[in-house]
Design a protein around this ligand. Structure first.
Ligand code: CTP
Ligand code: MG
Length: 390
């Protein structure tokens, strides 16, 4: 296949994603550990012959968008979009038209469609190579269509010849640009092909693909992910920590003060069990260890209550759209006896982590008088955390 030279991408990401809900707009949410926007960008990057890709984003989103694209593009080209999708496309067109070498052809693509199968790309390129002014992927409508009158069924709408329209849509650049400039600004337009057609050009239909489905509602993340073999993944991390026992100090374990003759010494409150658990969570996230996030050299953490570290670990899970499935903590010491405090410890950890008590296990063992724990010089703790990452 010969490649089109002068091919450019317009990747739309200036929407608010209102229908999908959630705190973060859908294009910035993660799917299989990578933002929807980065998936879409990588999809366009794989189009044979693709040159520059302009990413259209909301005002004030440069930081968000740069971070979201970091693992696929270190220097993205941003253009600030407008109120409607068509305004966003228009701004990208005007940006490209002002360049020394305006593109010959463009792919206009919704970032809300993160996965573009190569077969669809090939069909679009083939149409352009045959001289088409415009081409777009469509899927035949399979379900019976019916007009609704409130909650009552009206007439069936014959579905013969009806298609669902997808993106990327491919255009000769000057055709797209002229169509946008000619469009009556009060008319709405949900895609570009209809504008090109209104300007008198034929739009070639090529076969679309289920995997190209758009993320519109909240439930579409999992569905579109599954269609593309991307789902939530289970991650496990382990943590281990030791602190020295010293007389006349409070003993903190699992966020509780435990009556005992000795306490643990350390920079913070030396809650060895929480430290091991935080490391287990950071390990499952592959985000380093507790010392990196809370350096002992930092005076800020002197005497700090360790539940703050666990709060932080929980926030990191939330930031990765994850959830703690299970935490298992083992405390290794001769004394004090952990059994009487076990349930209170589970409750306290569950409370900090915002999970049910059934997801938290606290166990204890001695080392039969052997080693530093056996000599009561210190307490060790180990932890395993299991997370589900979206
Ligand atoms: N889009 C855009 N500029 C706009 C509106 C939409 O660049 N002013 C982009 C979106 O980011 C999305 C694509 O156009 O990738 C398709 O739009 P849609 O699915 O409607 O996304 P949103 O407008 O973000 O979602 P919603 O309508 O639910 O708010
Ligand atoms: Mg919209």
């Amino acid at each position: 296949m010969k490649t089109i030279t002068g091919l450019t991408g317009i990747l739309l990401a200036a929407g608010k994603g209102e229908r999908a809900g959630g705190e973060t707009a859908k294009q910035y949410r993660l799917l299989g550990g990578r933002s929807v926007l980065a998936h879409a960008y990588a999809s366009l990057r794989r189009v044979p012959g693709m040159g520059r890709i302009v990413v259209v984003i909301g005002a004030d989103e440069v930081g968000n968008a740069s971070r979201a694209l970091a693992d696929v593009e270190s220097a993205p080209l941003f253009v600030i979009g407008g109120a409607e999708r068509r305004d966003s496309v228009r701004r990208a067109i005007d940006h490209l038209a002002a360049l020394d070498a305006a593109p010959s052809h463009v792919f206009v693509h919704d970032s809300a469609r993160p996965f573009v199968p190569a077969e669809v790309t090939e069909r679009l390129l083939a149409a352009l190579e045959r001289g088409a002014a415009a081409a777009m992927p469509v899927l035949a409508v399979a379900d019976t269509l019916v007009r609704g009158h409130g909650d009552l069924a009206g007439d069936v709408v014959p579905r013969d010849g009806l298609h669902r329209v997808q993106t990327p849509q491919a255009f000769r650049f000057n055709v797209l640009s002229a169509a946008h400039h000619a469009w009556d600004p009060v008319r709405s337009a949900t895609d570009d092909a209809q504008m090109v057609r209104a300007a008198g050009h034929g739009v070639v239909l090529v076969e679309g693909d289920q995997r190209l489905e758009k993320i519109t509602m909240a439930q579409d993340f999992a569905r579109v992910g599954a269609l593309n073999g991307i789902g939530a993944e289970v991650r496990t991390g382990t943590g281990y920590d030791v602190h020295r026992l010293v007389p006349d100090k409070p003993l903190w374990l699992c966020g509780l003060e435990i009556p005992h003759s000795h306490g643990l010494s350390g920079h913070s409150d030396a809650d060895v069990a929480i430290h091991a658990l935080v490391d287990a969570i950071l390990g499952a996230l592959a985000e380093g260890d507790i010392g990196q996030h809370f350096p002992p050299s930092d005076e800020k953490w002197r005497g700090a209550a360790s539940d703050r570290f666990l709060d932080y670990a929980r926030d990191r899970i939330v930031a990765r759209q994850g959830r703690l499935l299970h935490a298992d903590v083992t405390i290794i010491c001769e004394a004090p006896k952990i059994g009487p405090h076990r349930d209170a410890m589970r409750d306290r950890l569950a409370e900090i982590l915002s999970v049910e008590r059934e997801r938290v296990s606290v166990k204890a063992t001695t080392t039969e008088g052997l080693g530093f724990t056996g000599r009561r010089e210190g307490i060790a703790a180990q932890a395993v955390a299991t997370l589900l990452l979206g």
